[in-house]
Write a protein that binds this ligand. Structure first.
Ligand code: HEM
Length: 210
C-alpha cells in the first residue's frame, strides 16, 4: 500500500492538534466561554450568552467536521481508491464550511476587538465562501487541477482559530500586548498568513504531494 507523503503527515498532525485544541478549550479550559466573553467589554449590541454559546458550540463542531473531512479528501491515496467517497465527503466539507460561516455570521458583530475584528471576520466569511464555491465550480466543470488548488486555498482557512490563538498567545502572554489588541492583530495575521501559506503550497505543488 502507498504511504502518505511527509507533507500530508505534517498537515494531519497540525489538523489533529487544532481539533484537540479547539475541543479542549471549550470543554476543559474555558467551559461556558466565561474567560473569552470577559474580554468583550465595549459591545455596541447586547450579547445573549446562552444563544451565543449554543451558536459557538455548533460553529466549533462544524469546524472540526470541516477540518477532518477536508484532510481526508486532500489525500490522493483515498481519492484514487474511492472516488465516490471523495465526492460525498467533499459535500460534507462544503456543507460544514457553509455552516461555520453561517454561525460565524451570527458571532461576528460581537467579536472581541469590536468593529475592526467584526470586519475581519466578515471578510473571512466572504473569502471562505467564494474560495470554496470556486473550487466546487471547477470540479463541476471537470477541471481537476484547479479544483485541487482552490480546495487547498479553502482548506487553509480551517486553521484560522488555531492561528488566531497562537498569535494571541505570543503577542499577549509573551510580548505583553493587551489581550484584545493581540486578538485583533491575531485575526488579521492569521488571514494574511493562511492565504500566503496556501499560495506557496499551490505554487510549489508541481506534482501531488499531499
Ligand atoms: C475551522 C476552524 C475553526 C474552529 C475550530 C473555530 C472555533 C471557534 C471557537 C472555539 C470559537 C470561540 C472563541 C474562541 O475560543 O476563539 C470561535 C469563535 C469565532 N469564530 Fe471560529 N473557528 C474556526 C474557523 C472560523 C472561521 C474560518 C471563521 C470565519 C469565517 C470563524 C469565525 C468566528 C467568529 C466570528 C467567532 C467569534 C469571535 C469572537 O467572539 O471574538 N471561525 N471559533
Amino acid at each position: 500500500m502507498k504511504k502518505h507523503p511527509p507533507f500530508y503527515m505534517l498537515i494531519t498532525f497540525i489538523c489533529i492538534i487544532s481539533i484537540l485544541y479547539a475541543l479542549s478549550n471549550i470543554v476543559i479550559v474555558d467551559p461556558g466561554a466565561e474567560a473569552f466573553l470577559s474580554h468583550k467589554t465595549d459591545l455596541t449590541r447586547e450579547l445573549k450568552p446562552q444563544i451565543w454559546l449554543t451558536v459557538m458550540y455548533m460553529h466549533s463542531a462544524f469546524a472540526c467536521v470541516a477540518m477532518a473531512s477536508g484532510l481526508i479528501n486532500m489525500s490522493t491515496r483515498w481519492y484514487e481508491r474511492r472516488r465516490r467517497f471523495h465526492r460525498m465527503n467533499g459535500y460534507v466539507y462544503v456543507s460544514s464550511v457553509f455552516l461555520v460561516v453561517l454561525t460565524s455570521g451570527y458571532m461576528a458583530p460581537y467579536a472581541t476587538g469590536g468593529k475592526i475584528s467584526s470586519m475581519g471576520f466578515n471578510l473571512l466569511n466572504i473569502l471562505w465562501l467564494v474560495v470554496t464555491a470556486t473550487a466546487l465550480v471547477h470540479i463541476w466543470k471537470k477541471r481537476m487541477i484547479q479544483h485541487r488548488h482552490w480546495m487547498i486555498r479553502s482548506y487553509a482557512f480551517c486553521f484560522t482559530n488555531a492561528l488566531i490563538h497562537l498569535f494571541t498567545f505570543v503577542l499577549h502572554q509573551v510580548i505583553g500586548i493587551a489581550y484584545v489588541t493581540s486578538y485583533t492583530i491575531g485575526l488579521y495575521g492569521a488571514i494574511v498568513l493562511l492565504i500566503a501559506a496556501s499560495e506557496v503550497i499551490v505554487r510549489v505543488e508541481k506534482r501531488p504531494f499531499l
